[in-house]
Design a protein around this ligand. Structure first.
Ligand SMILES: Nc1nc2c(ncn2[C@@H]2O[C@H](COP(=O)(O)OP(=O)(O)OP(=O)(O)O)[C@@H](O)[C@H]2O)c(=O)[nH]1
Ligand SMILES: [Mg+2]
Ligand SMILES: [Zn+2]
Length: 307
């Protein structure tokens, strides 16, 4: 009988179909196979692997996830994208410009999943009206306590600031997740952060001004210092939140929390009920009103999934 060696790997760096690639503790990469019984690891998963008699390496255990990032599939079910990140960098840019809803949706998801969010405004070299508007919008998010970093993968401006957020000077190592619309420059930022990497990037479509879905699977990369890692993900055109109870959705908006339970009806969903405190808040504060509108649009979307 062959003696089997189990290796506890650093992380799964990419995962597709029934196989993937893992990084060993010495950072070397190794192709691995999955077995149906164990399931398919996510990018970022810690796994155990064992060498088979045919010399292939098989994933034999997926360790418990500390966090995961997800989106809705087309039925409104939660679909996990990557695991074990400490923070998510939501990348936005003047081209393609985000809707307010998109930013709010990402922030909601991360609040619910317990992932710290940093808003990264890329392409600040594209000076113009759109950039000014975005900066204006972002002041509201800064007031809510979200950190905003401005940078340009093209000019290199702000890349040092970004780099500083990606690694701890002390243990434990940080894992960051890049998310955002297709074409905002996630992979370009990665190329700026890790010289010699040469991840594929692509121009925006001339016809639509949107990105071309250049990155197709989540992929983890090692940063040069401190064992920290970063996961690049495929960009989206729209980001959908999975179906959740209305109370959970309301809690995902940070500034709503202090008002929860204070409406006339204890089961108030804050969507036009009498004596809802959200109405008073919205009348007094335009930024609250905008986020409340987004919440109400999300409620309607959730009901559509449920019906
Ligand atoms: N002007 C300018 N263009 C940039 C900047 N960063 C990226 N781009 C350009 O934006 C386009 C899209 O960049 P990508 O890095 O492929 O975008 P992505 O977010 O990875 O896109 P997906 O993989 O489809 O999600 C490319 O043409 C880049 O050269 C920037 O800071 N300034
Ligand atoms: Mg990309
Ligand atoms: Zn209410």
């Amino acid at each position: 009988m062959t003696e089997q060696t189990t290796i506890n790997v650093l992380a799964c760096v990419a995962s597709w179909g029934n196989h993937g690639m893992v990084a060993l503790p010495d950072k070397h990469l190794l192709p691995v196979q999955y077995q149906r019984r164990i399931g398919r690891p996510l990018c970022g998963d810690k796994v155990d692997i064992e060498q088979q008699p045919d010399h292939q390496w098989l994933v034999t255990r997926i360790h418990k996830r500390s966090t995961f990032f997800a989106r809705a599939d087309r039925f409104g079910r939660q679909q996990m994208i990557a695991a074990n990140m400490n923070q998510a960098l939501v990348v936005i840019a003047p081209e393609p410009s985000p809707s307010r809803d998109l930013i709010d949706r990402y922030l909601c998801a991360n609040e619910i999943l317990g992932i710290k969010t940093i808003l990264v405004l890329n392409k600040i070299d594209l000076i113009g009206e759109k950039l000014s508007q975005l900066r204006q919008q972002l002041t509201a998010y800064k007031q809510l306590g979200y950190q905003v970093i401005e940078c340009s993968a093209s000019s290199g401006a702000g890349i040092d600031d970004l780099q500083q957020q990606l690694s701890n000077q002390t243990e434990p190592a940080v894992c960051s997740l890049l998310i955002g619309q297709s074409g905002v420059g996630k992979s370009s930022l990665l190329n700026s952060l890790i010289p010699d990497l040469a991840v594929q990037t692509n121009s925006l479509s001339n016809a639509t001004g949107k990105g071309k879905h250049t990155t197709t699977i989540a992929h983890m990369y090692m940063l040069a210092d401190q064992n920290s890692t970063i996961i690049d993900t495929p960009g989206v055109w729209e980001y959908g939140l999975w179906v959740m109870p209305p109370s959970e959705l309301a809690y995902a908006f940070k500034e709503f929390r202090e008002w929860l339970g204070k409406c006339r009806f204890h089961d108030c969903q804050h969507s036009g009920e009498p004596e809802c405190v959200f109405q008073q808040q919205a009348d007094q504060c335009p930024d609250f009103a905008k986020r409340w509108q987004c919440y109400r649009r999300l409620l309607v979307e959730q009901e559509r999934f449920n019906s």
